[in-house]
Design a binder for this molecule. Structure first.
Ligand code: NAD
Length: 427
């Protein structure tokens, strides 16, 4: 049966709802998104032909504040994936205690096959179709898979044209100098390593003596690698997608990979050139090899459903921590095995919350029209991430539960209280 991320998100929610003893009205409110939009986006292509793309925006819950969440360009994007990601955004904003709800958007497209002008038209069309449903006080998009600051700026420009004014708080992840925050590009990856560092300290492991294997070489993975190696850790293996043969490949060097070198031979989608990598002395392996490495740390930072019932047994006995940079990388089936093996998991919506936390800082700075130095942004980010991590650990210890359940218990309880307070549900 095909993997359905939304069913997985609901399964995770149901388990925690039971543990928290949530009322029926809270469960029925939080189990499904509050609003969903599916739109057709007719686009004039560069060769003069017309193509119609499918666009999505799902607003899971805004009890704690306006919805917040990325917009992905992804071939074969489905409404269920967007629903799952919107749901996880609600829990993510809640677990780091920022006053925002959960949303997510996407366009079913493959940007590898689109020119920049076609992508610009897609961005503008998505905003035109949804311009009354999103906005600084309703729902705030951000970059995600295969979208970046340039896409955000086109979307902002379209929104401001339609609404006759300047609304820099409409969208985050904007380029610095155009309403963006310093540190936003690095924030998710850095946040991943902030939580990893806290976890290792708690486990009594010196980060400088650890090794890691990572899946993905895009925004999250790259900056996670950068921060991790700066702290002395050694990355042995990196895996990424290659659009030329439509397969993933892993790049291994036992003495440690050089991420700057690899960046120099990768394209803008985070795909590493295999031939050049071989010339530089990397072993090029099957994409799944990243999970089988004898390392201390695994960092899935590409896609959902990457650690599942089929491959969880391939995780080496060396692995002590899994830091989930991607959204939804581990299925509930794999969770059971990971728990049995006592591998410490930093759950996705806590581990990768650095991006949305910094997006929130970006909104705050835009509202003040006063921008902070990078050090100030990163210091605030570290504080927020470390404090959220410690609260989740305390909960896990107090209640004797798995880290993922502890994070869910904190996040869901906060959202449930906000909804009950507003009169949307009863305890
Ligand atoms: P990205 O588009 O910058 O990079 C994605 C990377 O994954 C690329 O290197 C690509 O080659 C690789 N990849 C794709 N399919 C793969 C496969 N089958 N096997 C191995 N590698 C594969 O995306 P990103 O922004 O780095 O996002 C990565 C993950 O992190 C996603 O799950 C996203 O939802 C999540 N996330 C991103 C942010 C953010 O701020 N960018 C924040 C929170 C969570």
């Amino acid at each position: 049966m095909a993997f359905n991320p939304f069913e997985m998100a609901q399964q995770q929610f149901d388990g925690v709802a039971e543990k928290l003893g949530l009322s029926e009205s809270i469960r029925s409110l939080l189990r499904v998104p509050m609003r969903e939009y599916v739109v057709s986006l007719p686009i004039r292509m560069d060769d003069g032909s017309m193509r119609v793309f499918r666009g999505y925006r799902v607003q899971h819950n805004d009890g704690r504040g306006p919805c917040k969440g990325g917009i992905r360009f992804f071939p074969g994007e489905t409404v269920d994936t967007v629903r799952a990601l919107a749901t996880w955004m609600t829990w993510k904003c809640s677990v780091v205690d920022i006053p925002l709800g959960g949303g997510k958007g996407g366009i079913d497209c493959d940007p590898h096959e689109l020119s920049m002008t076609e992508q610009e038209r897609l961005c503008r069309a998505w905003v035109r179709a949804l311009s009354t449903e999103v906005g600084p006080f309703l729902d705030v998009p951000a970059p995600d898979m295969m979208t970046n600051g340039q896409h955000m700026l086109w979307m902002l420009d379209e929104y401001e044209t339609l609404h006759h004014g300047r609304y820099p708080g409409f969208i985050t992840g904007k380029p610095v100098g155009s309403g963006g925050s310093l540190g936003r590009t690095e924030a998710t990856g850095y946040g991943v390593i902030c939580t990893l560092h806290e976890a290792l300290k708690m486990l009594g492991i010196d980060i400088a003596k650890t090794t890691a294997s990572i899946q993905g070489f895009g925004n999250v993975a790259y900056y996670a690698c950068e921060r991790y190696t700066k702290l002395g850790g050694k990355i042995i293996c990196v895996s990424c997608w290659d659009n030329t043969d439509k397969q993933s490949h892993a790049f291994k060097r036992a003495s440690g990979v050089d991420i700057v070198e690899l960046k120099g031979i990768s394209d803008r989608f985070g795909s590493i050139d295999r031939e050049k990598a071989r010339e530089l002395g990397y072993e090029v392996l099957d994409g799944d090899a990243w999970i089988e490495q004898d390392v201390d740390i695994l960092i899935p930072a590409a896609l959902e459903n990457q650690i599942n019932g089929d491959n969880v047994s391939k995780i080496s006995s060396h692995v002590k921590v899994i830091a989930e940079g991607a959204n939804g990388p581990t299925t509930p089936e794999a969770d059971v095995e990971i728990q049995k093996r006592d591998i410490f998991v930093i759950p996705d919506f806590l581990c990768n919350a650095g991006g949305v936390t910094c997006s929130y800082f970006e909104q705050v700075q835009c509202n003040m029209n006063y921008f902070w130095e990078k050090e100030e942004v990163l210091e605030k980010l570290d504080m927020k991430m470390a404090s959220a991590f410690r609260k989740v650990c305390e909960m896990a210890k107090d209640k004797g539960v798995y880290m993922r359940d502890a994070a869910y218990m904190i996040a869901i309880d906060r959202v449930a209280n906000a909804c009950v307070g507003r009169g949307w549900a009863v305890k």
